[in-house]
Design a protein around this ligand. Structure first.
Ligand code: NAD
Length: 420
């Protein structure tokens, strides 16, 4: 029953993304064939990965890799390890990656991967075997000029390192540009780990300016305390904002006076779990409806829906997660004049610095953290302005404006190649 509900929701994620792409392409004047090309990935691989578990038994894991559109360049996108991964979700995530690449103007199309597994219940060595098995299974369709993986939910730089090592063994040469989000010593980039949160922070700052909100003293609520959410909590706290709520998969913490972020960061585990240490928690549903100025969903999909959109009290919602707000809720928030910064813009800092990592790997020359941050800042501010201005001039919501900018380069490249 729960599985059915999950699948139905994820069907919505793909269908609703397709519906916005259709409107964006129509507004830009492209023919129906362009939509037919863009509504699904051009390539979708499902793999079965047999893994020897620590107790001697064999488990067969299912994995996916979706490549949405490679007209602009190689596809690029993270790999998610999660028990609820589905083919539909991976497809939608690959489309969002294409849109992000278009928005921040990278020479990529979108890709995404996932394995149905729960790394919280696996040992370190089992995780290594699954990571390596996945690379063996998809090795024919990935590579530094074909499709470049990266981290996503429940995957990290250690997993990227195993994947890189497996790929290098298969190809028999060192190939750091095969994957991004690597440890620094293996060709990772300064600033990659915190890049998504940095990009979100820049979007929050720009959105706050538009709304006349001072970041210093602004009350912030963040759902999710993993890579995106925890770095963001730190950046907001350091900027003088008051982080009054955070959450993880097991619940949320609320303190109207402000949470002790440094303490929480110190106590969180590698899966972004911290609330289990506390007796007094609130639910994730309650967290989203807290009285605050800025709300940041930074966990999973479908969190703000038509059921709770009227109860959101924030003036600004910035989507660090992919797909946290349904299309119905987008309309409600926009009608209520809540400034919604959509996922394909807000969380594009990760893929932007992943691109910087790939460029550094290709040229074999590495940048300082200041250089990376300076380049990220100008990309994010420029992209925010483009979308905000388009939304105003074309009188569309921020999500549609982002989609219009996101599809344009890919549509033009597909047209020039003679595909449509
Ligand atoms: P992560 O695995 O590091 O952390 C996920 C967090 O969400 C954890 O705190 C976890 O407890 C929480 N969570 C999981 N299930 C939940 C649930 N049902 N309810 C509430 N909280 C739940 O993942 P991440 O890398 O921080 O990614 C979070 C979101 O940001 C995802 O949507 C991801 O696609 C998106 N994103 C991440 C990056 C990146 O570079 N890490 C880039 C772009 C987008």
């Amino acid at each position: 029953m729960a599985e059915k509900k999950q699948q139905a929701e994820q069907l919505d994620v793909l269908a609703s993304t397709q519906s916005v792409i259709k409107i964006a392409l129509d507004k830009l004047g492209y023919p129906e064939e362009m939509y037919e090309l863009m509504k699904e990935p051009i390539r979708m691989l499902t793999v079965r990965i047999p893994i020897r578990m620590d107790n001697g038994s064999t488990r067969i894991f299912t994995g996916f890799r979706a490549q949405h559109n490679d007209s602009v360049g190689p596809t690029k996108g993270g790999v998610r390890f999660h028990p609820n991964v589905t083919e539909k979700e991976v497809k939608a995530l690959s489309i969002w990656m294409s849109l992000k690449a278009g928005i921040v103007d990278l020479p990529y199309g979108g890709g995404k991967g996932g394995i149905i597994c729960d790394p919280r219940e696996m040992s370190f060595r089992e995780l290594e075997r699954v990571s390596r098995g996945y690379v063996r299974a998809i090795s024919q369709i990935v590579g530094p000029t074909k499709d470049i993986p990266a981290p996503d939910v429940f995957t990290n730089s250690q997993i990227m390192a195993w994947m890189l090592d497996e790929y290098s063994r298969i190809r028999e040469f060192d190939s750091p540009g095969f994957i991004t989000g690597k440890p620094l010593v293996l060709g990772g980039s300064h600033g990659r780990e915190s890049a998504t949160a940095k990009g979100v922070t820049i979007c929050i700052r720009e959105a706050a300016k538009k709304k006349g909100i001072d970041i210093e003293g602004a009350r912030v609520v963040i759902q999710g305390f993993g890579n995106a959410g925890s770095f963001l909590a730190k950046f907001m706290h350091d900027a003088g904002a008051i982080v009054i709520g955070i959450s993880d998969a097991y619940g949320g913490l609320h303190d109207p006076e402000g949470l002790d972020i440094d303490y929480l960061l110190d106590r969180r585990d590698s899966f972004g779990t911290v609330t289990k240490l506390f007796r007094e928690t609130i639910s994730n549903e309650e967290l989203l409806e807290l009285d605050c100025d800025i709300l940041v969903p930074a966990a999973i999909e479908n969190q703000i829906t038509e059921k709770n959109a009227y109860s959101i009290k924030a003036s600004i919602v910035v989507e660090a997660a992919n797909g946290p707000t349904t299309m119905e809720a987008t309309k409600i928030l926009t009608d209520r004049e809540i400034l919604l910064v959509p996922d394909v813009l807000a969380s594009a800092g990760g893929v932007t610095v992943s691109y910087f990592e790939w460029v550094q790997n290709n040229q074999g020359y590495y940048w300082t953290e200041e250089e990376v941050e300076g380049k990220l800042e100008s990309v994010m501010v420029g992209s925010f302005d483009n979308i905000y201005n388009l939304a105003k001039t074309r009188k569309v919501d921020m999500r549609l404006a982002a989609y219009m900018i996101g599809v344009r380069k890919m549509a033009e490249a597909s047209r020039f190649r003679g595909w449509v």
